[in-house]
Design a protein. Structure first.
Length: 462
C-alpha cells in the first residue's frame, strides 16, 4: 500500500500496482489546499488578527457559510486520491498536526496553546473531544461523510491518531457518531494508529473498539525507547529494529489477530531495511504501507520474504480466515508457476492495432515475450499505432516488473499512440482509466465486455 498526502500525487502514482493507500494524511490537504485553521472559520467573528480575517474572507468569498469552504475543499482533495485507487481501501488519518503546526495555519495562532514539547502535547485524539477543537473536528467529520455518502467513495476508512487510552477512544467514537460517522454503519470502518505503548499493552481492548491498527513505527520507537526522534544528539540511538520495538510490533500483531482485527504498518523501516520487511512477514502483518518511490523495492522484498516463510508460518500468526498469508503479499508471492502467458495476442485486427487479452496475474515475463515484441513489430511498420486491451474478469493484478515494463513501453513511445480501447468489466480499472485517460496524447475509450464489438469497430476504423 502507499503513503500519500498530496492529492496531486494520485495522478503521478496511480499506475503502481498498489493494494490501496495505507496512510492518507489529512493535515497535508489542510495545509496545502485549505490553509486556514478550522476554528478560525467556525469563530471567524471572534478573530483578532485583521490580516488573517482579510485572507480568510478572500479564500471563502464563494461560500456564504465559511465552514463550508473547509468541508468542500477537504472532501474534494481527499476524493482525488480515493478515486484514483477505488475500490481499493484508502485509509484517511484524521488531522494530526502538532499545536505549533496548527498555529501556522491562517488564523491559527489565536486557537493554539504554546507547548514546550508539542510532540507529546495536545495532538491527535485528545483534540477531537476537547471544547477548544471539537467544532473543528466536526468539520473534518462532515468532509468524510460527504466523501463517503454523497460522492460514493465507500472505500475510505477513517483512522484515529495518537489515542492514549480506552476512555479517549470511547469519547472520540462518540463525537464521531454525533457528527454522522458511526462505526460499522453504512460499512464505515474505523482504525486506530498504534504508536503508543498503551496501544500495545491494551491491544485486545482497543481491538474491541476499532476495526484495525496501523503501526506508526516512528512514534512507537520514540515512546518505547524514550528518545526524541528530532534530537540530533540521540539520532544514533533511534532504531526501529531495536529488540524492544520489535517486541511491541510482534505483540500487537498477535493480540490484534486474536481479536479478529487487521494490522498494518506505515513507516520507512521496510524501505530502509529489507530484513525489517522479513520480520514483519514472519509476524503475519496484513499490510505494509510505504512512500511511492520505495514501493516497488519493498513489494519485491515482501514477496521474497513471504515465499520463503509461508511454509513455516503457523496459522496462529495469521488473521482469522486467512490460510494463504496477507493479501498484499499474496498478489506477488502465491502465484503458481505458469507456462501459459497471461497476456495473449488477439487476431483479426488491422496491422496498426496491437490487440491484447489479459487474465490472471500479469508478469514481466508476459511483457517481454508477448507485449514488447508486438509493439516493436507494429511501430516498425507504422508511424502511429493503436492498442486494444481486453481485461477479463479473472484478472488479478500486475507485478512490479510488468508495471515497470508497461511504463517503459507506454512512455517510451508516448507520441506514437493514436487510439486506445480498454474493454473490461473490472470496476477499478474502468474508473482509473476513465479518470486519468486524458493524460495520454491518444484518444482513450473504455468499454464494457458487452460492448466489445463496438470497441473493435472504433479501434479498427480508418
Amino acid at each position: 500500500m502507499l503513503n500519500l498526502a498530496n492529492p496531486a500525487a494520485a495522478f503521478r502514482w496511480w499506475r503502481l500496482p498498489a493494494d490501496g493507500v495505507g496512510l492518507l494524511r489529512m493535515e497535508f490537504v489542510v495545509s496545502n489546499h485549505i490553509k486556514v485553521h478550522p476554528m478560525a472559520l467556525v469563530r471567524y467573528d471572534e478573530l483578532k488578527d485583521d490580516a488573517a480575517k482579510r485572507q480568510i474572507a478572500k479564500l471563502t468569498a464563494a461560500y456564504p457559510d465559511k465552514t463550508d469552504y473547509f468541508v468542500d475543499q477537504l472532501s474534494r482533495g481527499l476524493a482525488r486520491i480515493a478515486a484514483a485507487l477505488y475500490p481499493k481501501p484508502v485509509i484517511v488519518r484524521m488531522s494530526d498536526f502538532k499545536t505549533n503546526e496548527y498555529a501556522n495555519l491562517i488564523g491559527g495562532a489565536q486557537f493554539e496553546p504554546k507547548e514546550e514539547n508539542p510532540m507529546l502535547g495536545f495532538r491527535g485524539a485528545s483534540r477531537y473531544y476537547s471544547e477548544s477543537y471539537r467544532d473543528g473536528f466536526a468539520l473534518e467529520c462532515r468532509a468524510i461523510q460527504r466523501l463517503r455518502e454523497e460522492m460514493g467513495f465507500t472505500n475510505v476508512i477513517v483512522m484515529i491518531p495518537f489515542c492514549r487510552s480506552l476512555e479517549e477512544a470511547d469519547r472520540v467514537l462518540q463525537v464521531m457518531a454525533e457528527n454522522g460517522l458511526k462505526r460499522q454503519e453504512n460499512g464505515l470502518q474505523v482504525y486506530v494508529m498504534c504508536e503508543i505503548p498503551s496501544n500495545v499493552i491494551l491491544a485486545k481492548q482497543f481491538a474491541a473498539r476499532f476495526d484495525g491498527f496501523s503501526i506508526g513505527s516512528n512514534d512507537l520507537t520514540q515512546l518505547t525507547l524514550g528518545i526524541d526522534r528530532d534530537s540530533a544528539e540521540l539520532a544514533s540511538l533511534f532504531d526501529e529494529q531495536n529488540a524492544a520495538v520489535k517486541w511491541m510490533i510482534a505483540t500487537v500483531i498477535d493480540k490484534a489477530h486474536e481479536a479478529g482485527a487487521k494490522v498494518g504498518l506505515c513507516g520507512q523501516a521496510p524501505s530502509n531495511h529489507p530484513q525489517f520487511a522479513e520480520f514483519l512477514v514472519s509476524c503475519g502483518i496484513d499490510s505494509i504501507s510505504v512512500t511511492p518511490d520505495s514501493f516497488l523495492a519493498v513489494k519485491q522484498h515482501v514477496a521474497e520474504a513471504e515465499t520463503a516463510s509461508t511454509p513455516a508460518r503457523s496459522t496462529a500468526q495469521r488473521p482469522a480466515g486467512d490460510d494463504n498469508g496477507p493479501a498484499h503479499i499474496r498478489l506477488l508471492a502465491n502465484r503458481a508457476p505458469k507456462e501459459v502467458p497471461m497476456i495473449e495476442l488477439l487476431k483479426d485486427f488491422p496491422a496498426n492495432v496491437i490487440a491484447l487479452s489479459a487474465s490472471g496475474q500479469v508478469t514481466r515475463d508476459d511483457y517481454q515475450k508477448v507485449v514488447i515484441p508486438a509493439v516493436e513489430r507494429a511501430l516498425a511498420q507504422h508511424d502511429k499505432v493503436r492498442l486494444y486491451y481486453q481485461i477479463g474478469p479473472d484478472f488479478s493484478g500486475i507485478d512490479p516488473g510488468a508495471m515497470w515494463a508497461d511504463t517503459k513501453v507506454g512512455m517510451g513511445h508516448f507520441l506514437r499512440w493514436d487510439r486506445i480501447a480498454v474493454v473490461t468489466d473490472v470496476d477499478w480499472i474502468r474508473l482509473s482509466v476513465t479518470a486519468f485517460g486524458f493524460l495520454m496524447p491518444a484518444q482513450v475509450n473504455v468499454y464494457s465486455t458487452a460492448e466489445a464489438d463496438a470497441a473493435k469497430k472504433w479501434i479498427s476504423a480508418t
